[in-house]
Design a protein around this ligand. Sequence first.
Ligand code: ZN
Length: 115
Amino acid sequence: MNDTKPVQKYQQKIASLKVQLLRLDRMRPGSLSRQYNVCGKPGCRCKDPQKPKRHGPYYQLNYVFRGKKKSQYIRAVDVVTVRAELANFKKFRRLTDQWVGLALQRADWELKSKA
Ligand SMILES: [Zn+2]
């Protein structure tokens, strides 16, 4: 019987996911949104009746970690860094999801092959 083949296939795919996971470094969960605000100062440009010019952009990061919702402002100079971290987290999630999928297939295959 040559039943080790599928297991090897799963192992190889999982090994390649691990390599990609090791390459990930900085990451953070969440999403970044851009906002323009109106302030409370009387006569401010943001409340100009003809051509209001709102303040901003402000970048707000929202995320949930361990069940807690968090929100923080991100400085414009940090937006590029934060976007890269957010992208890395998405990649992390995608890779671990694939890993779990393969692990399930492999485990089920092994259960069936022993029956
Ligand atoms: Zn204003």
